[in-house]
Ligand binder design. Structure first.
Ligand code: THU
Length: 137
């Protein structure tokens, strides 16, 4: 169950992570923290590159860290920015891969919750595993 205490814990981790963001080009730092199925928390930051399109968002870094440690699902992800920005489309798609029912907490740098959504609300009618079933037969 997602309690206010869980919310605050994840948001605090994402605020901490925020300060490790590598965003010299946009100067827009993002921190993320997720609760994985094992109960472990994984964080992530945006990592930019002089070749701009190689940038990876904080949400995907957190998810990829978790998946590379063996996790396959997460229940909640907190995303922290200065102004409470919401996840980009690519991150929504990657979130949907690992749990369309997950909760997305949007918070600002003060740790205030400014939005709360389900992944499936942020990405309705997502393309997914089921769409590939026929092709795999
Ligand atoms: N960014 C994220 O990390 N997550 C998002 O969902 C939106 C955008 C990053 C990418 C880039 O480093 C900076 O924010 C500006 O787009």
């Amino acid at each position: 169950m997602l309690t206010n205490e869980n919310r605050q814990t994840l948001i605090a981790k994402a605020v901490q992570a925020y300060h490790q963001a590598y965003a010299p080009y946009s100067n827009y730092a993002v921190g993320a923290a997720l609760m994985a199925e094992s109960g472990k928390i994984y964080d992530g930051v945006n990592i930019e590159n002089a070749v701009y399109p190689l940038t990876v968002c904080a949400e995907r870094v957190a998810i990829f860290k978790a998946v590379s440690e063996g996790e396959r699902s997460f229940s909640t992800i907190a995303v922290v920015t200065k102004n409470g920005g919401t996840p980009c489309g690519s991150c929504r798609q990657v979130m949907a891969e690992f749990n369309p029912e997950a909760t997305v907490l949007i918070a600002n740098l003060k740790g205030e919750l400014v939005g709360e959504y389900l992944v499936k609300e942020l990405l309705p009618s997502a393309f997914g595993d089921a769409d590939l079933e026929e092709a795999r037969e």
